[in-house]
Design a protein around this ligand. Structure first.
Ligand SMILES: NC(=O)C1=CN([C@@H]2O[C@H](COP(=O)(O)OP(=O)(O)OC[C@H]3O[C@@H](n4cnc5c(N)ncnc54)[C@H](OP(=O)(O)O)[C@@H]3O)[C@@H](O)[C@H]2O)C=CC1
Ligand SMILES: O=C(O)C(=O)C(=O)[C@H](O)[C@@H](O)CO
Length: 332
């Protein structure tokens, strides 16, 4: 089915207000879920809303809580999210990193006790829209086996790197070959994965999303490389925030809450003039996209460059929402 931004936002807000979330908080949170969906990231917008409500109902998320600053070390600050709403707090933390970067050239916020932030790319994009390089990542509960193992011991810990420019270039990627959200998108559409995404119960590589969602033998992106990167991202977030690691979240908590996140903003405009910046970026873009194509029908593209088109299409034609997902939300 097709829905408008307003229909999505109104329904998300209704569900939140019905759970006694304050009207202004519900409004902002609903707007972020609707914006993520409208941008084409269905996995962590509309599709993930029922899971967010489940965590709110369980008491994992504290809707009245506000993040509080713990300490300040020049361009670095440590904050405690106090289990507040993940997407709202992440937005505030990137704003704070940008403000530090405008004073120091770079700003880094390490956040503990946080909740799932949904689309990590929202916060990288937020920095890039203001002219800053945005880098952020989060840890998670253990949902992926480390390279060589069968049992989940590491997080999908997505890493986001966003570069200001026209258009913004941004990688927003899970440390697994596919995020669980993208496995769900493919399963709901009845599609096989374009490449192997994990192992089946017999230890054979598989493209069946449903099998991997069930057995959780998801592949790290780049095999051992994604496994290693997931581990060091977890270590940095844990140390700088003095917060919980994937091991602690998994062994000590009843679900995925109390996680650790990093938000970095870096100044660009005082290091290079605008015309040189644009020319250098354009040269990179042209060089990459003019590579001889493997498949003549498929253009070579840069990450993040599709969002402006997707957003315009969704605004023009309405936003595609899976019927079963919407039915679940209407019943909340
Ligand atoms: N715990 C958490 O918070 C988690 C959150 N997530 C969120 O899930 C969402 C989806 O993540 P994930 O499934 O890893 O994303 P994808 O695998 O869909 O994409 C990963 C990256 O690869 C880029 N890309 C994909 N195809 C191409 C291509 N043909 N050419 C160039 N670049 C390409 C994407 O750019 P483009 O966007 O332009 O397609 C994106 O930057 C993210 O928002 C992520 O933050 C994921 C895991 C855990
Ligand atoms: O992978 C995802 O998608 C995601 O968003 C996650 O947070 C974790 O992998 C996990 O919570 C999925 O159950």
């Amino acid at each position: 089915m097709k829905l408008s931004f307003e229909e999505l936002q109104r329904e998300f807000k209704r569900v939140l207000v019905a759970r006694h979330v304050k009207s202004d908080v519900a409004d902002e949170c609903a707007t972020m879920f609707a914006q993520t969906t409208e941008s084409g990231v269905y996995s962590h917008g509309v599709n993930r809303f029922p899971r967010f409500i489940q965590q709110l109902d369980q008491g994992d998320i504290h809707p009245d809580a506000m993040a509080k600053k713990i300490l300040s070390l020049g361009a670095i600050e440590q904050w405690d999210a106090q289990r507040s709403i993940g997407n709202l707090t992440a937005k505030k933390m990137m704003d704070r990193a940008i403000s530090l970067a405008s004073d120091h050239g770079i700003g880094l916020i390490a956040l503990r006790n946080a909740n799932h932030w949904m689309r990590g790319g929202s916060y990288g994009w937020q920095a890039a829209e203001k002219g800053y390089i945005g880098i952020c990542w989060t840890n998670s509960i253990a949902v992926m086996p480390p390279w060589g193992a069968k049992e989940c011991r590491i997080g999908t810990n997505p890493l986001i790197v966003a570069i200001p420019g026209s258009p913004i270039t941004m990688v927003d990627m899970s440390m697994s070959m596919f995020s669980y959200g993208m496995l769900e998108v493919n399963r709901l559409a009845g599609r096989e994965l374009p490449v192997e995404g994990g192992f089946d119960d017999n230890g054979q590589l598989t493209r069946e999303p449903g099998v991997i969602e069930k057995n959780r033998r998801i592949l790290p992106m780049g095999y051992w490389k994604g496994s290693g990167l997931s581990i060091v991202l977890d270590m940095i977030a844990t140390l700088l925030s003095d917060g919980a690691s994937v091991a602690e979240v998994t062994e000590d908590n009843s679900d995925e809450y109390g996680i650790s996140q990093i938000f970095i903003a870096i100044e660009v405009d005082r290091l290079i003039d605008g015309a040189s910046r644009d020319a250098k970026l354009q040269r990179i873009i042209d060089y990459v996209t003019s590579a001889e194509r493997n498949n003549p029908e498929e253009a070579v593209r840069l990450p993040g460059h599709e969002f402006t088109r997707l957003l315009a299409e969704n605004r023009r034609n309405g936003i595609t929402v899976d019927d079963s997902v919407w039915a679940k939300i209407l019943a909340l």
